[in-house]
Design a protein around this ligand. Structure first.
Ligand code: DAH
Length: 360
């Protein structure tokens, strides 16, 4: 009898370990322990035995059943964990791999500089204001103290737009200064805004494009002086050029909408060809026009010049980009040459902030 059970056990356990998945194992189980299984049949045969035979065979058969049951359970656990391992391996993601960013485009230097300028002025408490590219002649000139017959109109080589049916006249704005007018007409002081945007003049050479960009600043409140203006500009240029120290030089100038008017130059070193260092050196770079807002402009925009004063400033945004990023010619700015854009453009996810660093 021992011989029979040993043989059977060897055979069944062999099939158990050969079962390569749970379905195969289940078939082995049914073949051994199922209703008509080999082991079940042996157990059934106990009933027909004499008590003496049963005493010998009973423990043998029961041991066999227990061993087979254990072996099947163990194999089942093995198969399950192997299946789980296989599944985990097939679903594995390596979260340590860097995200694959392959941006197709770049941020244009003008957009980058525009973001930098607004980030700095926002930090100084200036809100961003905007106006339309096609502007009323009245806002572009008249309310800025440039009446129709004023010679300053000739200084702006203006693109005129055909007269409207109601007699009003539009121009492509020649500067961002009309945003000053729009802001003062709709808000009461205190006012602190910066207005970057597109501007247009009939002009084209290496440093002039018929479409270009300016930034405009305006602060109106009680007791505003040119001292406030100087501090704001110093803070701005220091942050913009990312240098610890700068030196500004004021030059008397003339703009119809400011009185007095001041132009600002920045000390720099251009002794090494193709390179500019800001803050030191014996060269001066013209940066911005500015001044105290003309009382007539305040009055035309509905602000009491007896009570309020203001400062305004404006300069070229493209020019700032050229200076900061060493771009020699303005024309390719607007030619959409992919090689130029790749070379001078900025990574798309690199948004300038003061605490994160303005430029990369
Ligand atoms: N609008 C002037 C220009 O286009 C620049 C300018 C000068 C703006 C003086 C100002 C200012 O706000 O106060 O050349």
């Amino acid at each position: 009898m021992t011989h029979v059970t040993n043989e059977l056990e060897k055979q069944i356990l062999g099939s158990v370990s050969a079962a390569s998945d749970e379905a195969a194992l289940e078939a082995v189980r049914v073949g051994a322990l199922g209703k008509k299984g080999q082991v079940s049949e042996l157990l059934k045969s106990l009933g027909a035995m004499s008590p003496d035979e049963r005493k010998v065979s009973g423990p043998l058969f029961n041991t066999l059943r227990d061993r087979v049951t254990d072996a099947i359970a163990r194999r089942k656990t093995e198969l399950q964990s192997a299946a789980l391992d296989a599944r985990l391996a097939s679903e594995r993601i390596d979260v340590t791999l860097p995200a694959r960013i392959e941006p197709q485009g770049t941020i244009h230097p003008v957009s980058q500089v525009l973001d930098e300028v607004t980030a700095i002025f926002a930090d100084l408490g200036f809100a961003v204001a905007e106006g339309p590219d096609i502007e009323l002649d009245d806002y572009n000139f008249t309310k800025l103290n440039i009446p129709t017959d004023h010679p300053a109109r000739q200084m702006h080589d203006t693109f005129y737009v055909a007269k409207q049916a109601d007699g009003s006249r539009h121009v492509l704005r020649t500067h961002t200064s009309p945003v000053q007018v729009r802001t003062m007409l709709k808000t009461k002081p205190p006012i602190r805004i910066v207005a970057p945007g597109r501007t247009y003049r009939v002009d084209s050479d290496a440093t002039h494009s018929p479409m270009f960009h300016q930034y405009e600043g305006l602060a109106v409140d009680e007791g505003i002086t040119l001292g406030h203006l100087k501090w704001v500009l110093e803070e701005f240029y220091k942050a913009f050029f990312e240098v610890p120290k700068i030196e500004l030089r004021a030059r008397p100038s003339y703009f119809p909408f400011t009185e007095p008017s001041v132009e600002w130059d920045l000390r720099c070193d251009r002794s090494v060809p193709g390179k500019i260092v800001f803050g030191t050196g014996n060269d001066w770079l013209e940066l911005a026009g500015s001044g105290t807002v003309h009382p007539r402009v305040l009055a035309m925009c509905g602000i009491d010049p007896e009570k309020y004063t203001g400062f305004a400033f404006g300069g070229g945004l493209d020019r700032l980009a050229m200076l900061k990023y060493g771009i020699p010619d303005i024309r390719p700015f607007f030619e959409s040459d992919l090689r130029w854009l790749k070379h001078y453009g900025f990574p798309a996810l690199d948004v300038p902030t003061l605490d994160g660093g303005l430029s990369r």
